[in-house]
Design a protein around this ligand. Structure first.
Ligand code: ARG
Ligand code: ZN
Length: 889
């Protein structure tokens, strides 16, 4: 057994940390400064003596020098008790301790290092490192949390084989978990017990995890492609095990899919997932021991919406897929974050497409990309998919690195073709297994697979900003022998720190479409220069061009398509994405015109295009060859963010009112279709979370919400009825939101009964707070402030804060953007309040201000004042970095 002695428990803290140097502007970390670590750390052992107030960690590290220089270890907010080399206690003068490092100037070339430290998990409000949530111990180490546990080289390129002993009070912490396989467990004196875990796969410390507490467990198993039986265990709060069933099912489907689609088999002897309520983001792929925000793991019909089920499926898959793309092959440094995140998002999107339908999945992913990543890429926080510097790496877990990163992988696949893409992936898994890799090494595998020069493609990783792709059809003389011509030109606007942009390699999938369908096979034009002209055969019939089918590149299309073209594509495009997109383009144009008209105080003229648009929508709605989820998306407007970006600078309230106007117009034009569809979708039988059933509920919800936009009295009674009859959360919350939009007496009482019904279910209570946060309360910000003062509002719980404060900033256009500045001020206060506890969550919340330059001048001034106020309070590095970048140098 590898049990360490606990003889240090009573010894005094030996060190005093040097005083913090203040005022100096924090120094950024730069990609160009990368140097390998100067020691090899083949084995790491840790001995945790858990206590909520004073946990003792003793480490034993086997170090071998690979380059000259001192041994520098990272550490933050921990007390150093002792340092030993090869069993000899070091004198205090033999090392230096700063706020963030332990430095040993003089060490042998090969030695064993013992470090003993203490920390206070119960006081750890940052939720990074070791902390307590609901009386249970858990950890979050990515990106730089391990340094809050012990002194260690906290960098992803130091990979080590971990053995972990956990010793804790047995009654309070009956379950003791860490990565890998459990090799020993037993009781010890004083009502304590221990477990020893060993992970045979060398890993960086950001993948370390430890969990201790009282849990219920859901068990299942999976038989791998090579016939190995893997026990699967999901650990949840007592009583919650039935709510983990969907996550378990998703896990098994993910494991099977990764074998099928990528040839990847699971490697350890067991796989565990733990749900925790207090968590900074979604989930974490710790080796063999994933830790999840309970909101992305627990679901049942009564308490979770279809969207919750969908996210659980995709995040369970995402974290599982990281086992190969992230863990077996990790990142050399944090600048390579997209190497694991972009690729893994691509993999989870492909999985969801396989499970739920490719077209619908693609549409949802692109909608999210446009609302979040395009907003980021066209604002003050724009950064390349592979950034070159950061203050806090936590601030770079962004839509650009995740979602745009995934788009780059998708373009590789589109460009090289399925078989070559898969070959490149196989080379990657084969060549780089067990290493900490770079984006260049990844791309080199596709070069090996395809023989293509990948150099031009790399520009996508270096250059921030969303390219604009302009498409023009050129008239050619009417002669059957002369072909027709389409020209593409690209332009990427400047982004902070990158004024000049080079042309990108843009794969454009396109096709000519006539009134009876396609007139040619889909073409792939791979653009590499600023402009490119392509010719195609002449047709004798009217036709339109379907450009960027499947959204073949993360670009903003500026097409010269007429309304007639778009209506034709809505009816005839064989590419489901572009069929949907044609309607969106039309709606976007209508919304932008309307928002501008409303801003200048005029009512929009009835647009002649509307009639044809409703006709095309109605036709889709009645067409049985489309699935309900697709129809629901066709009835969904472009996000307010898309319209805001297209119409900027603009009054955001005008954008929101334009949305109401279009919804009303659609509801007027399609009232009967909507009523009939609503009625047809109504009785969906017993609840099932599958895609088809969820699609029915989504379509039903869309119809109800459109009818409500017209303040149809019928809509109010339908919503009230739906709320009373609801047997699942999708219907229940959909009805509640509709009622809250319609206003009237029923709202307050419905809100109150919802609260009473669900106040003991934290995840549903989060929904309550976000619905409340998005309402147009008559007394404005005071209502929101009151909500933040209710006893069930937990300001230290990230989910609750995101529900109220995030819901308010992102979902309550009217109150957040009030011209008296009250919304912005409240929001900034909340960010600062959170910053005192949890800087990474605070910085992420603050991102809601990133759109400020797209707003009208008055609001720009109001937000600028709040950003300046935040900076003046000397916030955390996390918040400072975001506020300064947003403010612009
Ligand atoms: N690797 C995790 C995931 O994508 C997310 C970790 C987020 N870490 C952070 N510091 N924001 O699944
Ligand atoms: Zn990830």
């Amino acid at each position: 057994a590898i049990i360490f002695a606990h003889n240090i428990a009573a010894s005094p803290i030996l060190t005093h940390i040097l005083p913090m140097k203040t005022d100096a502007a924090p120094k950024p970390t730069r990609l160009e400064d990368y140097t390998p670590f100067n020691f090899d750390l083949s084995e790491s052992r840790f001995d945790f003596r858990l206590d909520p107030r004073q946990t003792t960690v003793r480490s034993l590290l086997s170090l071998t020098r690979t380059a000259p220089g001192p041994l520098v270890l990272d550490g933050e907010n921990i007390d150093l008790v002792s340092v030993e080399i090869d069993g000899r206690l070091l004198k205090r003068t033999a090392y230096r301790v700063t706020q963030t490092q332990l430095i040993l100037d003089d060490v042998p070339d090969q030695f064993a290092l013992n470090i003993t430290t203490r920390c206070d998990p119960s006081a750890n409000t940052t939720l990074m490192g070791l902390y307590v949530s609901g009386g249970r111990f858990c950890t979050q180490c990515e990106a730089e949390g391990f340094r809050r546990i012990t002194y260690y080289p906290d960098r992803p390129d130091v990979m080590s084989e971990f053995t972990v002993l956990i010793d804790a009070d047995k009654a309070a912490y009956p379950t003791l978990l860490a990565n890998g396989n459990m090799i020993e467990a037993g009781d010890i004196d004083g009502g304590r017990h221990y477990a020893i875990w060993h992970d045979p796969f060398p890993k960086p410390c950001y993948l370390f995890a430890l969990v201790a507490g009282e849990f219920d467990r859901l068990d299942d198993s999976f038989i791998t492609m090579n016939g190995r039986t893997i026990p699967l265990e999901i650990y949840v709060d007592p009583g919650d095990a039935p709510k983990a069933a969907y996550a378990m099912d998703s896990l098994k489907r993910s494991m099977a899919w990764d074998e099928r689609a990528f040839g990847r088999e699971y490697d350890l002897d067991r796989f565990m997932i733990v749900a925790v309520r207090d968590f900074n983001f979604g989930a974490m792929e710790n080796k063999g021991l994933n830790i999840f925000n309970s909101s992305l793991l627990l679901a049942d019909a009564q308490t979770a919406t279809d969207l919750n089920f969908e996210r659980i499926e995709s995040v369970v898959a995402h974290e599982y897929f990281h086992n190969w793309t992230g863990n077996r092959i990790t990142c050399r440094d944090w600048f390579q974050l997209c190497l694991k995140e972009g690729f893994t998002v691509f993999r989870d999107q492909e999985f969801s497409a396989d499970q739920r339908g490719a077209a619908v999945q693609r549409i949802k992913d692109v909608r999210a990309l446009r609302a979040r990543q395009f907003a980021e890429d066209n604002g003050p926080l724009a950064h390349p998919v592979r950034p070159t510097e950061y203050l806090k790496i936590d601030n770079f877990y962004t839509a650009t690195i995740y979602e745009k990163g995934a788009e780059l992988i998708r373009m590789l696949k589109t460009w090289l073709g399925d078989a070559t893409f898969r070959k490149g992936c196989d080379i990657y898994f084969d060549r780089l297994d067990g290493t900490a890799a770079t984006v260049e090494q990844f791309i080199a595998c596709f070069e090996a697979a395809s023989g293509e020069d990948m150099h031009p493609f790399m520009q996508w990783y270096h250059q921030a900003g969303t390219p604009r792709l302009t498409v023009e059809r050129h008239q050619t003389p009417t002669s059957p022998v002369i072909s027709q011509v389409v020209s593409f030109s690209q332009m990427t606007p400047p982004t902070p720190g990158q004024a000049d942009k080079a042309p990108l390699m843009i794969p454009i999938r396109w096709q000519a479409i006539g009134d009876d369908g396609p007139l040619m096979d889909p073409q792939l034009t791979v653009m590499t220069t600023d402009t490119q002209t392509v010719s195609y055969p002449r047709f004798d019939v009217p036709h339109s061009l379907s450009i960027m089918q499947g959204f073949s590149a993360p670009a903003i299309l500026r097409s010269d398509a007429t309304t007639e073209d778009l209506i034709r594509l809505m009816g005839q495009d064989p590419d489901a994405f572009n069929r949907w997109e044609a309607g969106q383009t039309l709606a976007r144009r209508l919304l932008v015109d309307c928002a501008r008209a409303l801003e200048s105080g005029t009512m929009p003229e009835p647009d002649p295009a509307l009639g044809a648009f409703f006709g095309a929508l109605g036709k889709t709605l009645r067409d049985d060859s489309f699935d309900d989820a697709f129809k629901a998306l066709v009835l969904t407007q472009p996000t307010g963010m898309e319209v805001l970006m297209a119409a900027a600078p603009i009054d955001p309230i005008a954008v929101s009112e334009a949305g109401d106007w279009l919804a009303r117009a659609v509801a007027d034009g399609l009232r009967n279709d909507l009523l009939q569809t609503y009625a047809a979708m109504k009785d969906s039988g017993p609840f099932s979370p599958d895609a088809a059933s969820a699609g029915r509920r989504a379509l039903k919800g869309r119809c109800l919400s459109l009818l409500a936009a017209r303040f149809d009295p019928l809509a109010a009674s339908l919503a009230a009825q739906q709320l009373d009859d609801a047997t699942n959360m999708t219907d229940e919350i959909g009805a509640l939101i509709t009622l809250s939009r319609l206003g009237g007496q029923r709202v307050e009482s419905s809100m109150e009964s919802f609260f009473e019904k669900w106040k003991d279910q934290p995840l549903v209570l989060d929904k309550y707070y976000s619905v409340q946060a998005m309402r147009h309360h008559a007394d404005g910000i005071h209502a929101i402030i009151r909500l933040a003062e209710t006893p069930t509002y937990e300001r230290s719980n990230p989910n609750r804060v995101r529900a109220l404060v995030g819901g308010f900033a992102m979902g309550n256009v009217r109150l957040f953007h009030r011209l008296d500045g009250s919304g912005y001020r409240f929001f900034a206060d909340q960010v600062l309040d959170m910053d005192g506890r949890n800087p990474s969550v605070a910085a992420r919340l603050l991102g809601a201000f990133e759109i400020w330059r797209k707003l009208d001048a008055k609001r720009q001034q109001l937000i600028r004042d709040q950003l300046d106020r935040i900076i003046a309070t000397r916030p955390s590095k996390n918040v400072l970095e975001i506020a300064q970048r947003m403010r612009g140098a």
